[in-house]
Design a binder for this molecule. Sequence first.
Ligand SMILES: Cc1ncc(C[n+]2csc(CCOP(=O)(O)OP(=O)(O)O)c2C)c(N)n1
Length: 407
Amino acid sequence: MTQTQSTEAARAPAKNDSIHSESRRTFMKLAAGAGAAVSVTSKLAWANGEIGFWAKDLPSDKLTEMFNTIVRIRWYERTCVDKMITDPKYRGYNHFYPGQEAVAVGVCAALNNKGPFNELDLVYSTHRPSGHAIAKGADLKKMAAEYEFRATGLNGGYAGEMHISDKSCGFIGADGMIGPGHVIATGSAFAFRARGSKQVSVVFGGDGTYATPHFHGALNNAALLQLPFIYVLENNLYHQYAHYSYSCPMKDIASAAKTYGIAGVVVDGQDVFQVYNAAKTAVDRARAGEGPTLIEAKTYRYYNHWGAPGAKPGQLGAFGYDPLAISSFRPEREVRAWMARDPVDICRDTLITWGVFDRAKADAIEAAAKKEAIEAFEWADKQPFCKPEDGLKNVFVEGAVPARQFG
Ligand SMILES: Cc1ncc(C[n+]2csc(CCOP(=O)(O)OP(=O)(O)O)c2C)c(N)n1
């Protein structure tokens, strides 16, 4: 059975999912318009039940924490961006997450993120990991230090952004390679099955991952073995600078779930509560032995694909709201339409409507998040850099290579 949960008027699913029948131009125009009036239909489309309406029944402190996490991600990222533009000493090389925060927070809020390692749900991330790491519970200061290659960072300064991990909260980590992490994530799910554990393995991937063999291999194996595995596909419309219609023949990538006979759902990735509802439903099914789910969250990233030290707003390969840069690969009106449905605003306004907090309280939470992020980077700036001569430490498993590697 299909249920509609959109906060706006729901649109009936397209009769023909294929875009081969319509011109790419028309398709892209429709996709661009999605930001203006996202009326994404949330549906567990191909059997196995329906999405629960869980979020509205959550305790107020949990809902407040979800808003807190969204603004902590937003301000961590904005502080990082500011440093990249203004601080000549900043060394990070980053893929920014603003615009997509509701996806990470909605999913991770449905997971077990605290406790002994063998009880944690695991998250496998992407080259765009900040939101996933913070939502899973990584320490902001140690993250900032890691992004700046400091010895006191989460991974001793050797991982930087693209390989950051935090075992203590089950954040298995970022992955600079597009695809292979999906297969490893199904391996974890298989281990959970084999051990009789109730843990769930979650992998995040972008729309660009649809075209990888790993996406299909992971879903096929997860379906065959009915693994406790959730694939969260963050469809932000573009992989680097190419629209996803260049690599995927379907409008809804979640349609792929049908191929593998698993549950698939399209959800409004700007609305943290819709994401939570879908994630919680998928987690419950996975823990109950009912198999994997593919969640496609329609979302958008505000900044350019990546930024590096010395970046100038508006330049390709940098980031910024500069219309010239935006129009180089996506229409300005598309960016503005999506920004009008900002995940921070939607979360804040919903919680005010629900009477969870008032505007003053929301502003205080956001101000504290901003302060925390600035202080995290100030702390990181004072930390020692990692030493190049220690670079081979922690690369090999002890016992598999001569002990001198660990001296
Ligand atoms: C195997 C592999 N091929 C190519 C790249 C280069 N690359 C980095 S990000 C990216 C696009 C990823 O797009 P998507 O998965 O949609 O995520 P997004 O950047 O939109 O968040 C590519 C092709 C890579 N990192 N790994």
